[in-house]
Design a protein around this ligand. Structure first.
Ligand code: GLY
Length: 494
């Protein structure tokens, strides 16, 4: 039977309305689960503050009675608890979280001098890094710069990498990608510019040696520090050398995405996509990976919620960076599916004995330690992912084909010095999440500088103007966020 055009039109509209309605209902129920998870995170972390009550002790993983086992600041995990507290300050604007975050950040600060591990990046960037981002307190900048300097003492120019651990000969682990963020940030915020080169060199070598053709990863590559040659590839926390340790894969996905954000080099974007595609193609039905993608007894093996949370957060950054709309949707949907599982009863610790936020994390399966527990780093990346998701989520605007919720205002605060020098910080504010583009034009209208941020949440940000090779003179500095644009006339003085 032929349908008339009018009937067809009505039918088409009805179907469209049903699809939109079901998308909105799904988005709404998703949103309420996300809000519930954040409310629960607030409750659990508040309880944890009371439980620990000592800012030199840091929750790491839960014990058999559900309470937190703690470590001193020298544990690789010490930065995550203050990091969680900073995220809740960001989420709630409640000064109680800020004051707790400050206390536990102060507890981690001795580690800025730690030259014995690459994990100084996790320790200091998750704590003082978030502290600086949210308060602009110069004390935190100094701590971060000192920590970055400590990390660079582990760099070997022949290998072109930072040494991860002090065992073996010169081991570099995939996890180390995460600690490059400290160097990238520090090199742009008053540190040495060679720190940027070290981070790029490390990422390039890791891309060559740790990433397999199918986008999976090795955990460890051990190098000869004199010749720079590979001695052997290994695993510590994975099932076997040639298998893929789930959390390591997530560290790589997140780390290469961040490295692309910091460098704009397509080779890192392509690597991040390869790693993300591997994860998406190998996730089990509930979207939370087993502790190793090739663990021998799947499906009776333990899941690792930390690998899921790190991957979800990385995918939420990646989806905002890929230029192709189809990939943006793919990575965002994948992150949403993972988060959908993590906020459900199966993984959220609500109603369980655990004092953590997420259940079912695996620290080290091979050693039989921290298996099927709550892990503070799972909670940290889970909260980060929830906040990234919240900032991105705007189903109505998405239906109109917008990439992000469109900021309705973009303000540049006028408290930068003018004339400025090549390392001037320009504070600005956006009222919805966005990618912000900075362009500098000569007065003749020629663009002489361009920088695009990664996705940024609504709120206050600071752009460190890296004037690089620009000569003294007057320029027009333009900031663009969504359809909003602001231009400043600024005079550069060298
Ligand atoms: N970086 C240590 C771990 O992921 O277990």
């Amino acid at each position: 039977m032929k349908t008339s055009i009018i009937q067809g039109n009505i039918l088409h509209r009805l179907i469209l309305a049903c699809v939109l309605l079901s998308a909105m209902v799904q988005a709404q129920s998703h949103d309420s689960l996300i809000h519930n998870a954040l409310d629960f995170a607030e409750y659990q972390l508040g309880q944890t503050v009371i439980e620990i009550n000592d800012s030199t002790q840091f929750p790491r993983s839960t014990l058999s009675d559900g309470s937190w086992g703690t470590r001193s600041s020298s544990s690789w995990t010490s930065g995550f608890f203050p990091g969680c507290l900073w995220y809740l300050y960001e989420h709630t604007s409640n000064h109680m979280w800020k004051s707790w975050a400050r206390s536990w950040t102060a507890g981690v600060e001795p580690e800025q001098y730690n030259t014995g591990t690459h994990d100084v990046g996790f320790m200091i960037y998750c704590s003082a890094g978030n502290g600086y981002r949210l308060t602009g307190d110069e004390h935190y900048r100094a701590v971060i710069l000192r920590a970055a300097q400590s990390l660079t003492t582990r760099y070997n120019p022949t290998v072109g990498c930072i040494r991860s651990w002090d065992n073996r000969t010169f081991p570099v682990i995939i996890d180390n990608m995460m600690n490059l963020e400290l160097l990238f940030w520090a090199s742009k915020n008053g540190g040495d510019t060679t720190w940027y080169d070290m981070a790029v060199s490390h990422a390039l070598r890791t891309m060559e040696d740790h990433v397999r053709a199918d986008g999976s990863t090795y955990q460890i590559v051990d190098y000869n520090p004199v010749s720079g040659a590979i001695i052997q590839k290994e695993t510590s926390q994975g099932y076997q050398t040639e298998s893929t340790w789930a959390r390591g894969q997530s560290w790589g996905l997140y780390g290469f995405t961040m490295t692309y954000r910091e460098t704009g080099d397509d080779c890192f974007l392509n690597t991040a996509k390869k790693l993300a595609d591997y994860v998406i193609d190998h996730l089990p039905g509930d979207n939370v990976p087993y502790w190793d993608y090739e663990a021998p007894e799947i499906p009776s093996e333990e899941k690792d919620a930390s690998a899921a949370a790190i991957a979800a957060s990385g995918l939420l950054e990646l989806c905002a960076l890929v230029p192709e709309d189809s990939l943006e949707v793919k990575y965002r949907n994948a992150a949403e599916s993972i988060l959908g599982s993590l906020v459900s009863d199966s993984y959220l610790a609500e109603g369980s004995i655990s004092h953590g936020i997420l259940l079912h994390g695996v620290g080290n399966h091979n050693k039989g330690t921290e298996v099927d527990v709550s892990l503070i780093y799972a909670d940290y990346y889970f909260i980060e992912a929830l906040l990234r998701y919240e900032a991105l989520a705007s189903p109505n605007l998405a239906l109109e084909g917008e990439k992000y919720p469109m900021p309705t205002s973009l303000e540049i605060y006028q408290n930068y010095p003018n004339p400025f020098n090549p390392v001037t910080t320009i504070p600005y504010r956006i009222d919805a999440g966005a990618v912000v583009a900075f362009s500098v034009y000569s007065l003749a209208g020629q663009r002489v500088y361009y920088f695009k941020t990664g996705y940024q949440r609504a709120g206050n940000h600071r752009f460190l103007f890296d004037g690089g090779m620009l000569a003294s003179g007057t320029y027009l500095v333009n900031l663009q966020a969504g359809s909003n644009s602001r231009t400043l006339k600024m005079t550069l003085l060298r």
